[in-house]
Every structure is written in C-alpha cells, then in structure tokens.
Design a protein around this ligand. Sequence first.
Ligand SMILES: NC(=O)c1ccc[n+]([C@@H]2O[C@H](COP(=O)([O-])OP(=O)(O)OC[C@H]3O[C@@H](n4cnc5c(N)ncnc54)[C@H](OP(=O)(O)O)[C@@H]3O)[C@@H](O)[C@H]2O)c1
Length: 292
Amino acid sequence: MNAHYNQVGILTGISSGIGFHLSILLSGDNIVYGILRNKNKFLNNLEKYQYKLPENLQIIEMDVRDYTKGKSLVDSIYKEHNKIDFLINNAGYGVYAPYEEISDQEFREEYETNFFAPLQWIRFVLPYMRKQNYGRIFNITSILGRLTIPTSSAYASSKFSLVAISEVLRYELSPFSIQVCSIEPGLIKTDFKNNMVVPSHLDDMNLPYYFLNQLIQKRMFTYPFYAMDAKNAAMKINKLFKKKRIPAHYRVGIDAKLYWFLKNILPENLLIFFIENYIKFVFSKYESKKRN
Ligand SMILES: NC(=O)c1ccc[n+]([C@@H]2O[C@H](COP(=O)([O-])OP(=O)(O)OC[C@H]3O[C@@H](n4cnc5c(N)ncnc54)[C@H](OP(=O)(O)O)[C@@H]3O)[C@@H](O)[C@H]2O)c1
C-alpha cells in the first residue's frame, strides 16, 4: 500500500486554521472528505488565500458530533472506494477559564468535541481499516495534552485524554498495520482564539479569579513571535503524512518542542514551582491594583 498518494480519507474541521490549509494540501494527491459546519467560512478562506477548490476535496457539511451522519458517511465512502486509508481528527476548540467558572455543560461539550467525537470517528473507520489491514489515524491533540497551564482544565484534560488513547490504540492496532499518531502543536495562528469559550466578564474585578481572567484577556488577541502560521503547520503535517511510518507523537512548532524538552530535562517539581509562583505573583499584582 502506498502511503504517499492516492489515499482516501477523512479530515475534520476544515473551515479554518490548520484543517483548512491541510485540506488543500492533502487533496492535491489524495481524495479527502473534509468535514465542516460552515461552508461560507471555508469559501471565504479560499478567496482570502487565493486557492482554487481542489477537485479531490469533497466538502461535507456536518457537525462532527452528529454520529448518525458520521457513520453513514464512513460507510458510503468505503462503499464507493472500497477502502478508507486515513482519518485525521482535527476539529476542536478551547474552553479557557478558571475551573470554578466553567459550567458542567461547557466542560462536557468540550469533551464531546475534543475527545468523544474523535473516538466515535475512530470506531466508524476501524472495522474497514482492520478488514483492509491498513490505515492511519492522526489525532490533532496539543502540547497542552502533555503539560498544563492555569485556565486549561477543560481543554488540556480533553487533549491529555486523546493523547493517552492515541497511544493505547497504537499498541492495540499495530497487528492490523494501523498506525496512530498524536500530533501535538504549540501555538499556531488560526481562528482558535476567536473560537475560544472564555468567561463572559473577563474584566470584572469582583470575580475571585479576576487575576486569571486578566491573563486570558491579555493573550486572547495577540500572538507571541514564535507562534507558527497555520499554513506552515499544515505543511509540516502534510510532510508527516507522506512518510510511510509515522511516529506515535509528533510536535509542531518550536514552542511545543521546547516545552517538551524542558518538561523532560527539568525536575517535575521545579517546573510546577515556577508556574505556581508566577501565578501567585500575578494574583498579588492584581490584588494590589484592585486596592488602588
Ligand atoms: N491554534 C493553536 O494554537 C492550536 C494548538 C494546539 C492544538 N490545536 C488544535 O488544532 C486543531 C485545529 O484548530 P485550529 O487551531 O486550526 O483552530 P480553528 O481555526 O478554530 O479550527 C478549528 C476547526 O474545527 C472546527 N470545529 C470545531 N468544532 C466542530 C464541530 N463540532 N463540528 C465540526 N467542526 C468543528 C471549526 O469549525 P467552525 O468554524 O464551524 O467552528 C474549525 O474548522 C484543534 O483540535 C485544536 O485544538 C490548535
């Protein structure tokens, strides 16, 4: 089986960001069923980046949490092509708030999209991939699936879970020649920040977590210099896609690589000590601001 081109598969979340650029790149050589909720957003991006709609990109409008439609789409793809070579679980979003300010529903919805939906799509493709004794599953997780920051309780834990299950599946599916990879990007310039769910009163000084909300507010509209362009990130993933053997974990971006390196060389408690003390410092800064 050739891993480089003429593959048939599914990529979720193609209206913007990494998924958008990846859908264009992959469908140059492969037949891609791209899942999106908002076709206009995708078309606007096509215009913005001056791309032509690739012939091999089949756009499917649906929510990744619509499992009935998802299952029948997978069945019909197999029926038409007699194979399903790859699944890329990319659709996802971030809930960023102090844990106490996240409602149960917001927390559960984050898990539904970032964790349970990818699992369902994996369930749909696995019988076919086992039957053909070939398949590749890429889960776009995050470097926040390997380490946490304050306000990331819902997002990071959903991605930690997806990283964990990617590894388990890699072991379980290896006898069937199915490879599973967790792609762990750092900060990428996409629509992610616009789509983030954050507390509604970020600058309400009376909230107990005012100091954390201010941190979110500061970072919501700006990117540090090291943040990677979405197209660049998609190019890295496309390069990975072309490899015959894919690794269990693949980090995208200098920050993701650096965080992972530091996490591995620094004593665990030292890193936690730094973050904890930084947060205490931020807290006292805003407490004194409140008083003045
Ligand atoms: N940007 C980063 O810094 C970063 C870092 C690490 C990991 N990631 C991960 O990378 C992946 C792609 O995100 P991105 O950065 O490219 O952000 P993005 O531009 O916001 O793209 C996310 C895509 O997922 C889609 N999506 C979300 N929920 C969906 C649902 N229920 N059904 C169908 N589509 C849905 C969005 O569609 P709509 O337009 O309809 O919402 C959008 O097309 C995500 O899993 C994210 O967690 C991003």
